[in-house]
Design a protein around this ligand. Structure first.
Ligand code: 13P
Length: 302
């Protein structure tokens, strides 16, 4: 089937089923273009919670679809590629977090949304890159555990002035971005401001004019009067940055900041998902009950 036919069939089935298609900012351009809403983890979770649609086709990675299912268990959540995981989320298990909690009894646990439902179920608060600072600022406790992204945790600790006990995980894609690459781009484009994702390493964040979630990077780009911007995050962002800001140029530190998991979802897989309403992501009622308070707090704060 040619892409045009696939798109037409997706459109027909979308109307027939009333499904809502959501896509993360790192998805393939052709997948972003057919979604009703494209956004960051927080925006996607809020869209999932607010929709009246009975079916959500979630074009993102597994933890994002799980979060949607925790928020709205009565809706059918379909992840077009079940193998689309997140190596950062895989750095922590519920048992690992329980062991860290045992070392710090009484600590409040803040877990980044890039984690499994089991890990969220062990947490007091969930957060995304879009509201991590607000979430931590809202907590008055002598000890706070922040898991699993050490880079985001350190950034939040610096901004809030709170001492956080960090899990030693990171996103391998953001970890690849080096200060040297950013310095080289700044040298070649001295007028270009630098905006980076908080999953980047400390020395990269220190070179940035702004640090923001993926949707925050779009807001920064729209506001900026610069003609060129240096962007430290996953390359999938280029498509809509250019589409929404045709007069500006976006410079990425390297061609290897591609998240292979995000790229697993393709047009034929979205079509199959709409035809079969499979594969579904279902969080068990027991797990959901334990994780819901933390996820509800994430959606409410910031
Ligand atoms: P955002 O919530 O900023 O979109 O980040 C999601 C993510 O997984 C970044 O690697």
């Amino acid at each position: 089937m040619a892409d045009e036919e696939i798109r037409a069939e997706i459109e027909r089935l979308r109307q027939e089923t009333g499904a809502l298609i959501l896509a993360h900012n790192y998805q393939r351009p052709e997948v972003q273009d057919l979604a009703e809403y494209v956004g960051d983890s927080l925006g996607l979770a809020r869209q999932a919670a607010a929709t009246g649609a009975e079916v959500i086709i979630f074009c993102g990675v597994h933890f994002m679809a799980e979060t949607a299912n925790i928020l709205c268990p009565d809706k059918i959540t379909v992840l077009p590629e079940p193998e689309a995981g997140c190596p950062l989320a895989d750095t922590i298990t519920a048992a690992g977090l329980r062991a860290l909690k045992a070392e710090h009894p009484g600590a409040v646990v803040v877990t980044y949304v890039n984690s499994s439902a089991e890990v969220k179920a062990e947490s007091d608060y969930c957060c995304t890159s879009g509201n991590a600072v607000s979430v931590v600022n809202s907590i008055d406790a002598p000890e706070i555990i922040f898991a699993p992204d050490r880079n985001l945790g350190r950034y939040v600790a610096d901004l809030t002035g709170k001492r956080l006990i960090l899990w030693d995980g990171c996103c391998p894609i953001h970890e690849r971005i080096s200060a040297e690459q950013i310095r080289a781009l700044k040298k070649a484009h001295p007028a270009a401001p630098v905006v980076v994702h908080p999953e980047c390493r400390k020395e990269v964040v220190e070179l940035a004019d702004a640090v923001a979630s993926t949707s925050g990077i779009f807001e920064y780009a729209a506001r900026s009067e610069a003609e060129e911007l240096i962007v430290g995050t996953e390359l999938g962002m280029y498509h809509r940055l250019k589409k929404l800001n045709p007069g500006k140029e976006f410079l990425f530190p390297s061609a290897n900041t591609l998240c292979p998991n995000m790229k697993l979802i393709t047009l034929p897989k979205v079509l199959r998902a709409l035809q079969t309403l499979e594969p579904r992501v279902v969080v068990s009622a027991d797990m959901r009950e334990k994780a819901l308070a933390a996820v509800d707090r994430m959606v409410a704060i910031g």
